[in-house]
Design a protein around this ligand. Structure first.
Ligand SMILES: Cc1cc2nc3c(=O)[nH]c(=O)nc-3n(C[C@H](O)[C@H](O)[C@H](O)COP(=O)(O)OP(=O)(O)OC[C@H]3O[C@@H](n4cnc5c(N)ncnc54)[C@H](O)[C@@H]3O)c2cc1C
Length: 442
């Protein structure tokens, strides 16, 4: 169906794990199948459905929830489906296949002065199909929303092997149930996304970050609320807590921030809007008691974001490994969540560091481990369990970013009411009655 060269059997090991490999997650599969078109995906799905073979769809394999880790059957890789089907810069829209790498998409539209705002990390490796399937979002989700907000249509293959299109190039569409919304974030459990229609916007002229240091987490979280009351919509509000800053802050670009709780925000728009916006953010941060403020310009701006992107690998390097989570809480409970995470880590005797997307109440709390220490892993896993409970107690969610996958499936029932669980199960049955799409997930 896809050509013998595009069936890899036995399945090469690199297709059996994803971004969770450091947590020891490795799956098993009989083969990897690499279709080149939606028609080939439909033929493969029809065959698997008839034969009862499970299918795990794999995009870039960067997921942090184990969603692409197969539990038997085949891995269906979308890597060969990376074409741009149509790009209409004057209409601010693009129609692309699922396997297009995220960074490549951003580069293509940027060449015409346009911008696709979702900015999850790992953009060079992840694919737009994977971003849609996890409804991914990065720092700029605060102002611009997660991937779903930019998808106007999806082409997907659903059981028993049918190509369906929901939405399309049309920007407004309220006919029927929101199937685009159901497929976005469904982590390969409802259908295989083969192409998407995305809306775009003109690239902003300027994006000016500001960084400020606070004495501790209470003051830092108060500053986050002050930013939200500043009258400006920051493009992002990020934080780095004291332990994470102590481990990574020594080469902060443009001067050492010293020790403390770091808040980074950004104002964007036309050059004049961004400058005025940053002045207002500065006033809010100063008023909230910042002990140090930096307003980078020129090369210090990309350097700041490179430093921000380096936090995760450098926190990993402290002990060689980490169990990093992505719980989210209402923004007014951020301080409680941060205090609670530190207490949980201390109770389990694991070093704890946290950073993330303060404006979305989204914490990347990390419990550090020595990779070879089973005892460290057991204590960090126990800490993660308590972290999920804490997030739910504070009115939040077990996952704000990475999805449920294999890692969090046993916690989903803690978050969803019985009625919501029933609806979830019925939706799954409606799309995938045999339960062959990414079984054991979500
Ligand atoms: C360094 C690093 C930084 C990261 N930063 C962020 C971040 O800032 N924000 C964020 O949200 N995530 C982040 N992630 C997690 C990850 O990059 C995202 O979840 C990303 O969207 C996954 O895309 P992928 O193509 O790699 O998908 P995969 O890992 O291949 O798959 C993820 C899930 O989507 C399903 N899937 C993939 N493609 C399709 C398809 N075409 N149709 C149906 N289902 C599909 C898979 O079955 C799986 O369940 C980060 C990961 C790394 C390694």
């Amino acid at each position: 169906m896809v050509g013998a060269a595009n069936v890899l059997a036995p399945a090469p090991r690199e297709y059996l794990s994803d971004g969770t490999a450091g947590r020891g997650l490795e799956g098993r599969a009989e083969a990897v199948v690499r279709p080149g078109s939606a028609e080939e995906v439909a033929a493969v799905l029809a065959h698997c459905y008839a034969e009862g073979v499970p299918i795990t769809t794999r995009g870039g394999g960067t997921g942090f929830a184990g969603g692409a880790v197969p539990q038997g059957g085949i891995v269906l890789s979308t890597a060969r489906m990376a074409r741009v089907r149509a790009f209409d810069p004057l209409q601010w829209r693009i129609h692309v296949e699922a396997g297009l790498p995220t960074a490549e998409l951003r580069r293509i539209v940027r060449g015409s002065g346009l911008w696709f705002p979702p900015d999850p990390g790992a953009a060079e490796q992840s694919q737009i199909g994977g971003n849609v399937a996890t409804n991914a979002g990065g720092p700029h989700a605060f102002k611009y929303g997660t991937t779903r907000a930019w998808v106007t249509g999806i082409e997907a293959v659903i059981p028993p092997g049918e190509i369906v299109t929901t939405g399309g190039p049309v920007r407004k569409n309220v006919a029927g149930y929101d199937l685009v919304g159901l497929l976005a974030g469904s982590e390969g459990t409802l259908g295989i996304v083969t192409a998407v229609w995305l809306r775009l916007i003109p690239a902003v002229e300027a994006a000016l970050p500001i960084a400020a240091l606070f004495a501790g987490l209470e003051a830092g979280c108060t500053a986050v609320e002050a930013l939200m009351g500043s009258g400006v919509v920051p493009a992002c509000i990020e934080y780095v807590d004291e332990p994470a800053l102590a481990a990574t802050g020594h080469d902060f670009p443009g001067g050492p921030p010293g020790r403390g709780f770091l808040v980074i925000a950004e104002a964007d728009g036309s050059a004049a809007e961004a400058a005025a916006g940053r002045a207002a953010l500065r006033e809010a941060l100063a008023g909230a008691g910042a002990t140090w403020i930096a307003t980078p310009s020129g090369d210090d701006i990309p350097a700041l974001w490179r430093w921000r992107d380096s936090i995760s690998p450098r926190v990993t390097a402290v002990r060689g490994g980490k169990l990093a989570e992505d719980v989210a809480v209402p923004v007014d409970r951020l301080a409680d969540a941060l205090r609670g995470s530190a207490e949980i880590g201390a109770r389990h005797g694991v070093e704890t560091m946290s950073w993330g997307h303060a404006g979305d109440g989204n914490l990347h709390t990390s419990f550090l481990v020595a990779p070879e220490s089973a005892d460290d892993h057991a204590r960090a896993e126990a800490a993660c369990e308590e972290l999920f409970d804490l997030a739910l107690r504070l009115g939040g969610t077990i996952t704000g970013e990475h999805g449920v996958g294999l890692l969090k499936r046993s916690h989903l029932a803690d978050q969803l009411s019985p009625a919501a669980q029933r609806l979830n199960a019925e939706i799954k049955r409606a799309f995938d009655p045999k339960g062959l799409l990414n079984p054991g997930k979500g």
